[in-house]
Structure formats: structure tokens, C-alpha cells
Design a protein around this ligand. Structure first.
Ligand code: SAT
Ligand code: MN
Length: 599
């Protein structure tokens, strides 16, 4: 960490004139006391933690149990993404379409400038240069975040390839995302997450939490990148990336889109059932949240994970649900908004609901209040998170850092649906698959503020992240087909279907391997399927149930299509059609007609 006083630029780590001019403007506007140029080193992160502990930003956890781990509590009004305060700012509204909040770009700059004015007085501005994507990848993008949050600085050093590599990649060029972040007074009335895709700029004010503040993640790698991807002919998607290795060594890669807090991290780190492990099956992780994909010169869809760490939901993470996540968070991890457990020696442990440990007799909950078992509240916030470096993951794929990415064999869409949607189905073709993805619905979770548990349409699990007009986004998906010789096969899954007694019909977690195997076999043309109104579906005997404790009849039930439910589903899809009105691409209208006529 180089510390610069006065102008803030005397210690600059780059001579890039575009960077210096922009940072000068931001210093003049925000008036920080101090500017710190970060280099992304391990020592620097350690220094940030030490400093954070003296400032009360971090609490050091018991280092025997949690080596290199720190605790952070965010403001209790600031614990999830705030979609209603998230804006795409352009000269006219048609650029952002009906699914985004829009602000006129000039008006947004003017409004936020007043908020930023002097907002860093008495604070330090951290300059965080970072790369999204493996170094040297054709899609890798440079961003620079200026922030007055030490938590954000330390988190970005885990979540991105941060530091001098970014200055090197940028050189003297002007192609970088300008990310300005200030906590302000963390007041929801003065909270704005603004994206200016035409200027490759993000201004985030008034929130210190995750997707609102770690600007490389949802803001850059999804909203801005999706916009750039459409211009440049590639895709930025809310997808995990995983490798599936068969016993004979055959390796396939799968991309899967699920809305926030629907188990993407668990799926990306899946441990196959005992039987599969014995046979030699292996799952590896490339990424757990975001995929950037392009068609290479041979017409093969390839993907990279732009991130370098995991920002995962903590509650429910344990050695049964996700042992690889437990190992990933065993060291060098930041825990945000879980419960803090004071130990007798004056150090701290942590705890969360549905963890490997019994509830402590006493804890401090995510709001900083005393908590006891039987207290009428959660100890850890349902959206409490871990921030862990991906190198900790024991099943990190050897190609996770490969600039050439990995070839994609199958794309999976999934939502959290207690009714109607079967366990697995395959689209008839790419266009049908895009329709399937566009019609994805999911019951809302704690990852965003608002009501939890209502079904909302979440096209490609991208509803909160498409950085431009959804009409053009869907057309872009259709057009990508032309760039590919043999496009990945597309599937829909639902791990969350419940029976009339309210019990899950599918065990999920590692057992998802059984569905995944059918998906891979189908994609490579060696598994059976039957035609249904929804798409190709396995017969019960096509899913391996050996050792599962489920019968073929149970599978048939999890796969059943109830025509009345399906009609209601199609009616509720109407919502998106009406919203988009005359803007719906004709492929979508035809696919809907075909679906209705198949019924
Ligand atoms: O807070 S984040 O947006 O990064 C997490 C999520 O909602 O997926
Ligand atoms: Mn996500």
C-alpha cells in the first residue's frame, strides 16, 4: 500500500494519463484525507485486516480455528442488493428497456455528484486496480475501483485479480471501467447503484454490501459486461461453470444459471455420490456465479470465470451440504453478518444456522445484539456471506486460470420452484432453449431486499443484471446461435419441487450428479429421452436411482407434468410478454405458440 498525501497522485502506481485525470476528478469531488494505491499483495491484504481491526471494520477470529479469517458486520439496513435503488443511466429509456430502473445519465451524474461532494472527508480513498478474467484472456477486462471502504478494498483483493497486473494490462490505454464507490452515510434514502454503460462507468453510493459495493461483481461483470458483450458479440451471464470428468477421463464443461441464493455455489462444488466417486467421476469448479462466454474461431462456445473468489451464502453451508465450500472458507476468508461467538480466551468464533456446530449458548447476532438459542430471531442473517479466494477450493479446475477458457457442452437453467416445473427437461434446440431460459421463474430469496418466496420471472436468472434492453438481450441470445457450429444443449432443472406434503421430491446436493450425468450423456448423444410438451425428458429408468432410496415411481412424480398447473404457468409467463408488449422478439412469440399447441 503506497500512501499519498496532498494531491493523492504523487504516489501514483501508474502514469496512465486517463487514469490520473479521472482519479484527480474523483479526489476533487470526494475530498478524501488520504489516497492509498493498492497493489493487491498478500501483505497488503494482511495490513488492511490489521488496520480494519483497529478501526472496528473487522474483528479477528480465533486464528487456531479460523486462520487468516476476519469478521465484518454491515449496517443492518444494508445486507442485500437493493434492486429498486439500482439504475441503468443512459440518454434515453429505450436503451434500458422495461426490466431496469432508468435514470437519464446527465441527471444521475448531477444528482450523485452532490452526494459524493466531500463524502470522503476524514476518510481514505483506496485505489483498487483489478482485472476481471484470467490474465491474457481475450475477454479479460480492467476496472479501477475508488472506494472509502476498507472492507470493500480487502474483499476486492480476494474477489478479483487485483494490483499491478491490472496496470500492466491497461498500459496507457483508456479502456477500463471507472468504478466510484463511497459509503456516504449508509442511508437507504441516499443509496444509488448507478451504471453508465455508454461511459463504461459505475457510481455506487450509500451501501457497503456485496453486489452493491464490490463493483467488479454484478455491476461490472454482469451489467456493464452484458452491455459490452452485446456490442462485441459475446455473453456475460449469471452462471456457474463446472467441469465433469467421467471415469474414462472424458471431460465436459457445463454452465448453469440459477437466481441468487438457489445453490449455485453448492452445485459448482458438488461431491458426487459414493458410487460415482468409486467409479472415478470427478467434479471441478471454474466459477460459482458469473460466466463470460464467446464462440471461438472454430465455432465452439468457450467460457471463463471473470472472478477470483467466491461470495457465497453462509447459512446452510456445512460438511454435508458442501464440504468443498467448508474447505474453501477454512482460511483467509471474510465472514459478513454471521453470528459472532465470544470465547473464554477473549477471541471469537462464528456460527450460523444449519452449520456443523450446535448453537452456542450465547452469541452476538448479525445486528450486534445478544442472541441465545430460542431467541425469536436468526443469529446469522439469511444472506450472510463468505468471501473466500478460489485457490482455497480443493476441487478448483486446473483450467480455472486458463485465458482460453473451457469449451461448454451444456447450459442449464434452474429456479426455485415448489410446484409445476419438473426435475429436468431438455430443449428441442437452441431457440427453444433460449425461450426456456427466458421463461425461468423462481421464488424470491434473501439475496435481494423485498418479499421472499414469491415467484417472479427471472429470464436466464439475469433479471436484476441485464445492463440494457431485455428485448435486445433476448435477440442477442438468438443471434449467438449463428456463431456456433454445434451449440451446447440447453436444459431446465428444478431441485426444489415439493409434494403435497410439502417435502422436497428430490434430495438435491451431491445427488444432482445423477441428473447431471443424464444431461452430459444427452448432450453427447448417448442417452434416451422422450418427447413431452416441455421438451425432451428422461424416462424414470433413464435416471440412475441405484443407492438413492427413491423408486422409479418417485422419479416419475418429480418429472410429472400437470396440464392445469402448466396452463397456469403459461398464463403467468404472460406477465413478461405483456410487460415487453410490442418489444417481444418474434422467436419468443412463436415458441410460446408452439408450447401451447403441443399441449
Ligand atoms: O450481493 S451479490 O449480488 O454479490 C450476491 C448475489 O445476489 O448473488
Ligand atoms: Mn449471483
Amino acid at each position: 500500500m503506497a500512501i499519498a498525501l496532498n494531491s493523492g497522485l504523487s504516489e501514483a502506481a501508474t502514469s496512465n494519463p486517463h487514469v490520473l485525470a479521472w482519479i484527480r476528478e474523483c479526489i476533487d469531488l470526494c475530498q478524501p484525507d488520504k489516497v492509498v494505491w493498492c497493489n493487491g499483495s498478500k501483505e497488503e491484504r494482511q495490513a488492511m485486516f490489521e488496520q480494519g481491526c483497529t478501526q472496528g471494520v473487522f474483528i479477528r477470529l480465533n486464528q487456531q480455528k479460523w486462520p487468516g479469517c476476519y469478521y465484518h458486520r454491515s449496517n443492518s439496513n444494508d445486507v442485500a442488493r437493493t434492486e429498486h435503488l439500482t439504475f441503468i443511466c443512459t440518454p434515453n429509456q429505450d436503451l434500458v428497456g422495461v426490466t431496469n430502473n432508468w435514470m437519464n445519465d446527465k441527471a444521475a451524474y448531477a444528482k450523485l455528484r452532490e452526494l459524493y461532494r466531500g463524502s470522503m472527508k476524514g476518510r481514505t480513498m483506496y485505489v483498487l486496480p483489478f482485472i476481471m478474467g484470467p490474465l491474457g484472456s481475450p475477454l479479460a477486462k480492467v476496472g479501477i475501483e475508488l472506494t472509502d471502504s476498507l472492507y470493500v478494498a480487502a474483499s476486492m483483493s480476494i474477489m478479483t485479480r487485483m494490483g499491478d497486473v491490472a496496470w500492466k494490462q491497461l498500459g496507457q490505454g483508456d479502456e477500463f471501467t471507472r468504478c466510484l464507490h463511497s459509503l456516504g452515510d449508509v442511508n437507504p434514502d441516499r443509496r444509488y447503484i448507478c451504471h453508465f454503460p455508454l461511459d463504461n462507468t459505475i457510481w455506487s453510493f450509500g451501501s457497503g454490501y456485496g453486489g452493491n459495493a464490490l463493483l467488479g461483481k454484478k455491476c461490472l461483470a454482469l451489467r456493464i459486461a452484458s452491455f459490452l458483450g452485446r456490442q462485441q458479440g459475446w455473453m456475460a451471464e449469471h452462471m456457474l461453470l463446472m467441469g465433469v470428468q467421467a471415469p474414462d477421463g472424458e471431460k465436459s464443461y457445463v454452465a448453469a444459471a440459477f437466481p441468487s441464493a438457489c445453490g449455485k455455489t453448492n452445485f459448482a462444488m458438488l461431491i458426487p455420490p459414493e458410487k460415482y466417486l468409486k467409479q472415478g467421476w470427478k467434479i471441478t469448479t471454474i466459477g460459482d456465479d458469473i460466466a463470460w462466454m464467446w464462440a471461438d474461431e472454430k465455432g465452439q462456445l468457450r467460457a471463463i470465470n471473470p472472478e477470483a473468489g467466491y461470495f457465497g451464502v453462509v447459512p446452510g453451508t456445512n460438511m454435508r451440504s458442501n464440504p468443498n465450500a467448508m474447505k474453501s472458507i477454512a482460511k483467509d476468508t471474510i465472514f459478513t453478518n454471521v453470528a459472532l461467538v465470544p470465547l473464554e480466551d477473549g477471541t471469537y468464533d462464528i456460527w450460523w444456522e444449519d452449520s456443523d456446530w450446535p448453537a452456542p449458548a450465547k452469541a452476538i447476532d448479525w445486528q450486534g445484539k445478544e442472541w441465545k438459542p430460542g431467541s425469536n430471531s436468526k443469529a446469522a442473517h439469511p444472506n450472510s456471506r463468505f468471501t473466500a479466494p478460489m485457490v482455497n477450493n480443493p476441487v478448483l479446475d486446473p483450467l480455472a486460470n486458463d485465458p482460453a477458457g473451457v469449451p461448454i457442452t451444456a447450459i442449464i437453467f434452474g429456479g426455485r420452484r415448489s410446484k409445476t416445473i419438473p426435475l429436468v427437461s431438455q430443449a428441442f434446440n437452441w431457440i427453444h432453449g433460449v425461450f426456456m431460459g427466458a421463461m425461468l421463474g423462481s421464488e424470491t430469496t434473501a439475496a435481494a431486499t423485498g418479499q421472499v418466496g414469491v415467484v417472479r420471472r427471472d429470464p436466464m436468472a439475469m433479471l436484476p443484471f441485464i445492463g440494457y434492453n431485455i428485448r435486445d438481450y433476448l435477440v442477442h441470445w438468438f443471434k449467438m446461435r449463428k456463431k456456433m457450429v454445434d451449440p451446447p444443449r440447453i436444459f431446465t432443472v428444478n431441485w426444489f419441487r415439493k409434494n403435497d406434503q410439502g417435502q422436497f421430491m428430490w434430495p438435491g446436493f451431491g445427488e444432482n450428479m445423477r441428473v447431471l450425468k443424464w444431461i452430459i450423456d444427452r448432450s453427447l448423444g448417448r442417452a434416451y429421452a422422450m418427447e413431452t410438451p416441455l421438451g425432451w425428458m428422461p424416462r424414470p429408468q433413464d435416471i440412475d436411482i441405484e443407492g438413492l432410496g427413491m423408486s422409479e415411481k418417485d422419479i416419475a412424480e418429480a418429472q410429472s407434468i400437470n396440464l392445469d398447473d402448466l396452463k397456469a404457468e403459461i398464463m403467468s409467463q404472460e406477465e413478461l410478454f405483456l410487460k415487453m408488449a410490442g418489444d417481444m422478439p418474434k422467436e419468443m412469440i412463436f415458441q410460446r405458440e408452439l408450447l401451447v399447441s403441443r399441449m
